[in-house]
Design a protein around this ligand. Structure first.
Ligand code: FAD
Length: 438
């Protein structure tokens, strides 16, 4: 008889994991603290969307649920930059035909929960895990008796109850770091039943220390997100009145302001949320393990939080299958092998904030990107730009980070040259030599 597996948290990662483990023949149950989203309004009318890319799509295909999700995706072919005068510049994300996808988080979550139920997973909503006993492998709830299992998987998000319990165990390391910026979402409604911005792009208004972005939704709205410091001038705390908000937007985001007639109402009504990075290790204790945000919450600037969580699912299941489902060996092995990649994407996500808000509009950055795509055209197997390694490949994040640092070193050197002095053969030789550690 196959093991009984309990998953805590029917978010994105937990519900996808449940589908796959059920398909492998396990008895799987998920416990979710929220009420069933199909029976309640979840997001207070706001539409939160995420960028889904290769590392997330691959496990969705593995689970056989991608076909169900694909109709809900909106392709975004690149960044559409808005400067302060309202001028637009397009930057493709990768090679021709490469794109990322905007998807509603609530819709995706619901589709995954439905897929889990269809696969035969028992999903229990309104079940908040309040405690866990690592010795007896049992979970306690506020509203029912304890449940014992052969394996417990904590996919209960950035503020994981299971991780909190691990913090009381010996030799468990934990850190959390809040950046000085928070975020606020603002909705752009359709005009005459049409998108008010070109839909197949991720729109960015980079403004140095802060930025606004917008992703399209299926209902022809856009969700704008303002990433902005909590303190200082300007900041969330410096904008106290509707006039101040109006003046601020008209100075920095005039073209966006024109798309949101009720901007000041939304600004004061919608919540301001914080952004945290969490790190911990080990991710397991006896027969319990953390996956997704519960193990490694990151800031959203590389669009990889969910994607890395879905990749966790694929790598965990692949490793478990290869190790013949022997959990006592799998958990420590997975926990130690995956950790360096979680740390790498965490670092990359923080660095990408600086790139998005500050560098993307910079002439040096644009020259760098242009040269990089020329190198890639000539040496497609040897030079894959960092963004493409992270977004369109399975190259481990830690290797992408290592290669990205070498690419940066090479490009810093190349950028000191005149256009006529650039020699692509020498560039690739230098890159290969540094890669080998010469
Ligand atoms: P969650 O989605 O947080 O799910 C955890 C689940 O556990 C929830 O359903 C919760 O209710 C439940 N739970 C919590 N505690 C308990 C308990 N005690 N008992 C039972 N259940 C519990 N990622 C991307 O890949 N691309 C993006 O573009 C992107 N954009 C983002 C933008 C913003 C502004 C933010 C904040 C995040 C973004 N992310 C993005 C990150 C992404 O949202 C997360 O990485 C992803 O949701 C993590 O999934 P998860 O299942 O691990 O956790």
């Amino acid at each position: 008889m196959k093991d009984k597996i309990s998953i805590v948290g029917a978010g994105l990662v937990g519900s996808l994991l449940a589908v796959i483990l059920k398909q492998k023949g396990f008895e799987v149950q998920i416990f979710e603290k929220r009420k069933d989203p199909r029976k309640s309004v979840l997001t207070e009318g706001r539409s939160i969307n995420l960028a889904l890319s290769h590392r997330g799509i691959r496990p969705l295909k593995l689970a056989g649920v991608y076909e169900t999700i694909a109709p809900y995706l909106i392709p975004m072919n690149g960044r559409m930059m808005h400067d302060q005068a309202g001028e637009l510049t397009f930057q493709p994300y990768g090679k021709e035909g490469q794109f990322i996808n905007s998807v509603s988080r609530a819709q995706l979550n619901e589709l995954l929960v439905v897929s889990a139920e269809k696969a035969g997973v028992e999903v229990y909503f309104d079940h908040k895990c309040s405690d866990i006993d690592f010795e007896s492998n049992s979970i306690s709830f506020e509203n029912r008796e304890n449940i014992a299992s052969d394996l417990i998987i904590g996919t209960d998000g950035a503020f994981s109850a299971i991780r909190k319990k691990l913090q009381f165990t010996d030799r468990f390391n934990f850190s959390q770091y809040y950046i000085e910026h928070g975020y606020k979402e603002l909705a752009v409604e359709p005009l005459n039943d049409n998108f008010r911005l070109a839909p197949n792009y991720l729109h960015i208004w980079p403004r140095g220390n802060f930025m606004l972005i917008a992703l399209p939704n299926n209902d022809k709205t856009f969700t704008c997100t303002l990433f902005f410091p909590f303190e200082g001038d300007p900041s969330f705390s410096s904008l106290k009145t509707k006039d101040e908000v109006d003046d601020f937007f008209s100075k920095y985001f005039k073209d966006a302001q024109e798309l949101i007639p009720d901007l000041t109402d939304q600004f004061f009504y919608n919540p301001t949320s914080s952004l945290v990075t969490t790190k911990c290790e080990p991710w397991h204790k006896n027969r319990s393990i953390l996956l997704g945000d519960a193990a490694h919450a990151i800031v959203p600037f590389y669009g990889q939080g969910m994607n890395s969580g879905f990749e966790d699912v694929r790598l965990f299941v692949e490793m478990a299958e290869n190790m013949n489902w022997e959990w006592d060996k799998i958990l420590p092995s997975y926990s130690s092998q995956r950790k360096k990649d979680a740390d790498a994407i965490s670092e990359l996500a923080l660095l990408n904030f600086i790139e998005m808000r500050d560098h993307v509009a910079d002439p040096d950055f644009l020259r760098r990107k242009k040269l990089e795509s020329q190198i890639q055209e000539r040496y497609p197997k040897e030079w894959i730009p960092l963004y493409s390694m992270v977004t369109f490949s399975d190259i481990p994040y830690s290797e992408a980070l290592r290669l990205g640092k070498i690419q940066k070193k090479v490009m810093d050197e190349v950028l000191t040259l005149e256009e006529s002095e650039v020699n692509f053969e020498q560039i690739i030789e230098r890159f290969n030599a540094l890669k080998k550690g010469d």
